[in-house]
Design a protein around this ligand. Structure first.
Ligand code: PGA
Length: 269
Protein backbone atom coordinates (compact mmCIF):
# COMPACT_ATOMS: atom_id res chain seq x y z
CA UNK A 1 0.00 0.00 0.00
CA UNK A 2 1.46 3.39 -0.88
CA UNK A 3 -0.91 5.97 0.56
CA UNK A 4 -3.73 4.65 2.73
CA UNK A 5 -7.11 6.40 2.76
CA UNK A 6 -7.70 5.48 6.41
CA UNK A 7 -5.51 4.52 9.35
CA UNK A 8 -6.74 2.50 12.32
CA UNK A 9 -4.07 2.88 14.97
CA UNK A 10 -3.92 1.20 18.37
CA UNK A 11 -1.94 3.17 20.94
CA UNK A 12 -1.08 0.64 23.63
CA UNK A 13 0.54 3.24 25.91
CA UNK A 14 2.34 1.55 28.86
CA UNK A 15 0.63 -1.81 28.41
CA UNK A 16 1.66 -5.30 27.24
CA UNK A 17 4.89 -7.22 27.70
CA UNK A 18 6.81 -8.37 24.60
CA UNK A 19 5.16 -11.80 24.79
CA UNK A 20 1.68 -10.34 25.19
CA UNK A 21 2.37 -8.09 22.22
CA UNK A 22 3.46 -11.01 20.03
CA UNK A 23 0.40 -13.04 21.06
CA UNK A 24 -1.96 -10.14 20.34
CA UNK A 25 -0.51 -9.31 16.93
CA UNK A 26 -0.37 -12.97 15.86
CA UNK A 27 -4.02 -13.44 16.80
CA UNK A 28 -5.08 -10.16 15.19
CA UNK A 29 -3.32 -11.03 11.95
CA UNK A 30 -4.98 -14.44 11.87
CA UNK A 31 -8.37 -12.79 12.21
CA UNK A 32 -7.53 -10.29 9.47
CA UNK A 33 -6.30 -12.98 7.09
CA UNK A 34 -9.41 -15.08 7.71
CA UNK A 35 -11.61 -12.08 7.11
CA UNK A 36 -9.79 -11.21 3.90
CA UNK A 37 -10.24 -14.76 2.62
CA UNK A 38 -13.93 -14.91 3.36
CA UNK A 39 -15.04 -11.37 2.57
CA UNK A 40 -15.99 -10.17 -0.90
CA UNK A 41 -14.94 -6.67 -0.09
CA UNK A 42 -11.24 -6.93 -0.86
CA UNK A 43 -10.89 -3.42 -2.31
CA UNK A 44 -11.28 -1.72 1.06
CA UNK A 45 -8.50 -3.79 2.69
CA UNK A 46 -5.91 -1.98 0.63
CA UNK A 47 -7.11 1.44 1.60
CA UNK A 48 -7.14 0.86 5.38
CA UNK A 49 -3.79 0.73 7.16
CA UNK A 50 -3.80 -1.06 10.51
CA UNK A 51 -1.15 0.17 12.89
CA UNK A 52 -0.05 -0.95 16.35
CA UNK A 53 1.85 1.62 18.37
CA UNK A 54 3.49 -0.61 20.95
CA UNK A 55 5.86 0.00 23.87
CA UNK A 56 9.53 0.25 22.88
CA UNK A 57 10.35 -3.15 24.39
CA UNK A 58 7.85 -4.86 22.07
CA UNK A 59 8.84 -3.14 18.83
CA UNK A 60 11.65 -5.44 17.78
CA UNK A 61 9.87 -8.76 18.40
CA UNK A 62 6.60 -7.64 16.81
CA UNK A 63 8.28 -6.18 13.75
CA UNK A 64 9.61 -9.59 12.79
CA UNK A 65 6.12 -11.14 12.79
CA UNK A 66 4.13 -8.23 11.36
CA UNK A 67 2.70 -8.86 7.92
CA UNK A 68 -0.81 -7.39 8.09
CA UNK A 69 -0.07 -4.51 10.43
CA UNK A 70 2.34 -1.61 10.51
CA UNK A 71 4.32 -0.86 13.65
CA UNK A 72 4.71 2.46 15.43
CA UNK A 73 6.71 3.84 18.36
CA UNK A 74 5.16 6.08 21.02
CA UNK A 75 7.94 8.66 21.08
CA UNK A 76 11.51 9.37 19.98
CA UNK A 77 14.26 11.77 20.99
CA UNK A 78 15.55 14.43 18.62
CA UNK A 79 19.24 13.63 19.12
CA UNK A 80 20.85 10.61 17.49
CA UNK A 81 23.12 9.53 20.35
CA UNK A 82 24.84 10.62 23.50
CA UNK A 83 24.28 11.23 27.19
CA UNK A 84 20.46 11.20 27.26
CA UNK A 85 19.62 8.54 29.83
CA UNK A 86 16.28 6.91 29.19
CA UNK A 87 15.70 8.33 25.72
CA UNK A 88 15.27 6.49 22.41
CA UNK A 89 17.20 7.60 19.35
CA UNK A 90 15.78 7.61 15.81
CA UNK A 91 18.70 5.33 14.86
CA UNK A 92 17.44 2.71 17.35
CA UNK A 93 14.01 2.73 15.73
CA UNK A 94 15.19 2.63 12.14
CA UNK A 95 13.99 -0.42 10.25
CA UNK A 96 11.65 -1.31 13.12
CA UNK A 97 9.04 1.43 13.43
CA UNK A 98 7.11 2.69 10.41
CA UNK A 99 5.33 5.43 12.34
CA UNK A 100 6.22 7.52 15.38
CA UNK A 101 3.66 9.16 17.65
CA UNK A 102 4.72 12.68 18.59
CA UNK A 103 3.25 15.10 21.11
CA UNK A 104 0.60 12.85 22.64
CA UNK A 105 -1.20 14.82 25.37
CA UNK A 106 0.15 12.42 28.02
CA UNK A 107 3.68 13.34 26.92
CA UNK A 108 2.78 17.02 26.91
CA UNK A 109 1.00 17.00 30.30
CA UNK A 110 2.80 14.38 32.40
CA UNK A 111 6.28 14.65 30.89
CA UNK A 112 6.11 18.39 30.18
CA UNK A 113 6.98 18.19 26.48
CA UNK A 114 6.65 21.57 24.87
CA UNK A 115 6.02 22.63 21.28
CA UNK A 116 9.70 23.41 20.74
CA UNK A 117 10.80 19.85 21.48
CA UNK A 118 7.78 18.46 19.58
CA UNK A 119 8.81 20.50 16.53
CA UNK A 120 12.36 19.12 16.81
CA UNK A 121 11.05 15.58 17.15
CA UNK A 122 8.92 15.94 14.02
CA UNK A 123 11.92 17.19 12.05
CA UNK A 124 14.06 14.33 13.36
CA UNK A 125 11.38 11.75 12.53
CA UNK A 126 11.09 13.10 8.99
CA UNK A 127 14.85 13.19 8.51
CA UNK A 128 14.96 9.49 9.39
CA UNK A 129 11.99 8.67 7.17
CA UNK A 130 9.44 7.74 9.78
CA UNK A 131 5.82 8.75 9.33
CA UNK A 132 5.13 11.12 12.22
CA UNK A 133 1.68 11.18 13.80
CA UNK A 134 1.32 14.54 15.53
CA UNK A 135 -1.29 14.74 18.30
CA UNK A 136 -3.12 17.96 19.08
CA UNK A 137 -6.17 18.71 21.20
CA UNK A 138 -7.80 20.97 23.76
CA UNK A 139 -8.58 20.56 27.46
CA UNK A 140 -12.14 20.66 28.78
CA UNK A 141 -11.51 24.14 30.15
CA UNK A 142 -10.31 25.36 26.75
CA UNK A 143 -13.37 23.87 25.04
CA UNK A 144 -15.79 25.34 27.53
CA UNK A 145 -14.24 28.78 27.25
CA UNK A 146 -14.53 28.70 23.45
CA UNK A 147 -10.81 28.32 22.82
CA UNK A 148 -10.72 24.98 20.99
CA UNK A 149 -9.75 26.37 17.60
CA UNK A 150 -7.19 28.83 18.94
CA UNK A 151 -5.52 26.06 20.98
CA UNK A 152 -5.29 23.77 17.95
CA UNK A 153 -4.09 26.58 15.73
CA UNK A 154 -1.37 27.54 18.22
CA UNK A 155 -0.21 23.94 18.54
CA UNK A 156 -0.11 23.37 14.79
CA UNK A 157 1.64 26.68 14.12
CA UNK A 158 4.41 25.91 16.62
CA UNK A 159 4.72 22.19 15.93
CA UNK A 160 4.93 22.57 12.13
CA UNK A 161 7.24 25.57 12.19
CA UNK A 162 9.88 25.44 9.46
CA UNK A 163 8.52 22.36 7.67
CA UNK A 164 8.46 22.25 3.87
CA UNK A 165 5.40 21.38 1.79
CA UNK A 166 6.76 17.89 1.17
CA UNK A 167 7.40 17.38 4.89
CA UNK A 168 3.91 18.53 5.90
CA UNK A 169 2.46 16.16 3.30
CA UNK A 170 4.15 13.22 5.03
CA UNK A 171 2.49 13.89 8.39
CA UNK A 172 -0.56 12.33 9.95
CA UNK A 173 -2.45 14.52 12.42
CA UNK A 174 -4.42 13.06 15.31
CA UNK A 175 -7.07 15.27 16.86
CA UNK A 176 -7.41 14.08 20.45
CA UNK A 177 -9.53 16.25 22.74
CA UNK A 178 -7.90 15.75 26.13
CA UNK A 179 -11.27 15.58 27.89
CA UNK A 180 -12.16 12.55 25.76
CA UNK A 181 -9.00 10.51 26.37
CA UNK A 182 -9.56 7.54 28.65
CA UNK A 183 -12.76 9.08 30.02
CA UNK A 184 -15.37 7.08 28.14
CA UNK A 185 -16.74 10.40 26.88
CA UNK A 186 -15.92 10.65 23.18
CA UNK A 187 -16.39 13.78 21.09
CA UNK A 188 -19.61 13.41 19.13
CA UNK A 189 -19.06 12.78 15.41
CA UNK A 190 -20.22 16.36 14.72
CA UNK A 191 -17.90 17.87 17.32
CA UNK A 192 -14.97 15.89 15.91
CA UNK A 193 -15.87 16.67 12.29
CA UNK A 194 -15.97 20.40 13.06
CA UNK A 195 -12.40 20.35 14.41
CA UNK A 196 -11.16 18.04 11.64
CA UNK A 197 -12.49 20.45 9.06
CA UNK A 198 -10.75 23.31 10.86
CA UNK A 199 -7.44 21.38 10.90
CA UNK A 200 -7.86 20.43 7.22
CA UNK A 201 -8.41 24.09 6.26
CA UNK A 202 -5.48 25.22 8.40
CA UNK A 203 -3.21 22.72 6.64
CA UNK A 204 -4.37 23.69 3.17
CA UNK A 205 -3.81 27.36 3.99
CA UNK A 206 -0.35 26.58 5.32
CA UNK A 207 0.51 24.53 2.25
CA UNK A 208 -0.85 27.20 -0.08
CA UNK A 209 1.28 29.83 1.65
CA UNK A 210 4.31 27.76 0.69
CA UNK A 211 3.44 27.51 -3.01
CA UNK A 212 1.69 24.20 -2.71
CA UNK A 213 1.33 22.83 -6.20
CA UNK A 214 0.12 19.30 -5.62
CA UNK A 215 -3.40 19.53 -4.26
CA UNK A 216 -3.75 15.77 -4.24
CA UNK A 217 -2.02 15.10 -0.95
CA UNK A 218 -2.86 16.59 2.43
CA UNK A 219 -2.28 14.84 5.77
CA UNK A 220 -4.82 12.30 6.99
CA UNK A 221 -6.54 13.47 10.16
CA UNK A 222 -7.38 10.81 12.76
CA UNK A 223 -9.73 11.17 15.72
CA UNK A 224 -8.72 9.85 19.15
CA UNK A 225 -10.48 9.81 22.52
CA UNK A 226 -12.67 6.99 23.87
CA UNK A 227 -13.13 5.32 20.47
CA UNK A 228 -15.03 2.03 20.80
CA UNK A 229 -16.60 -0.53 18.46
CA UNK A 230 -19.93 1.20 19.20
CA UNK A 231 -18.99 4.75 18.22
CA UNK A 232 -16.32 4.10 15.57
CA UNK A 233 -18.62 3.67 12.56
CA UNK A 234 -20.34 7.01 13.08
CA UNK A 235 -17.06 8.81 13.70
CA UNK A 236 -15.40 7.25 10.65
CA UNK A 237 -18.42 8.10 8.49
CA UNK A 238 -17.68 11.81 8.83
CA UNK A 239 -16.14 13.41 5.78
CA UNK A 240 -12.90 14.64 7.32
CA UNK A 241 -12.27 11.78 9.78
CA UNK A 242 -9.76 9.53 8.06
CA UNK A 243 -9.06 7.07 10.82
CA UNK A 244 -8.91 6.67 14.57
CA UNK A 245 -6.25 6.53 17.26
CA UNK A 246 -7.51 4.04 19.80
CA UNK A 247 -6.21 3.63 23.35
CA UNK A 248 -8.25 1.46 25.73
CA UNK A 249 -10.20 -0.39 23.03
CA UNK A 250 -6.99 -1.36 21.23
CA UNK A 251 -5.96 -3.55 24.16
CA UNK A 252 -8.83 -5.97 23.57
CA UNK A 253 -8.46 -7.90 20.38
CA UNK A 254 -12.18 -8.28 19.62
CA UNK A 255 -12.86 -4.59 20.17
CA UNK A 256 -9.93 -3.50 18.03
CA UNK A 257 -10.88 -5.96 15.30
CA UNK A 258 -14.48 -4.65 15.30
CA UNK A 259 -13.20 -1.09 14.89
CA UNK A 260 -11.13 -2.21 11.87
CA UNK A 261 -14.20 -3.94 10.41
CA UNK A 262 -16.21 -0.74 10.84
CA UNK A 263 -13.55 1.12 8.90
CA UNK A 264 -13.71 -1.44 6.08
CA UNK A 265 -17.47 -0.84 5.94
CA UNK A 266 -17.00 2.91 5.70
CA UNK A 267 -14.22 2.52 3.11
CA UNK A 268 -16.47 0.31 0.97
CA UNK A 269 -19.14 3.02 0.60
P1 PGA B 1 -8.47 6.21 24.69
O1 PGA B 1 -7.01 6.82 24.35
O2 PGA B 1 -8.98 5.55 23.44
O3 PGA B 1 -8.22 5.23 25.81
O4 PGA B 1 -9.32 7.35 25.08
C1 PGA B 1 -6.74 7.42 23.11
C2 PGA B 1 -5.34 7.94 23.08
O5 PGA B 1 -4.85 8.45 24.09
O6 PGA B 1 -4.65 7.86 22.03
Amino acid sequence: MTTPSYIIAGNWKMNKTPQESIDFISALQEKLILNHKTSKDSASFNTVEVLIISPFTSLYPVKSISSQVKIGAQNLFYEEKGAYTGEISPLMLKGIADYVLIGHSERRQIFKEDDISINKKIKTALKHEFNPILCVGETLEERESGNTFSKIENQLTADLDGLTVQEIQKLVIAYEPIWAIGTGKNATPDQAQEVHEFIGNFLIEKLNSKNFSDNSKTPLILYGGSVTPQNSFDLLSKKNIKGVLVGGSSLKIDDFFDIIMNCYKVAMD
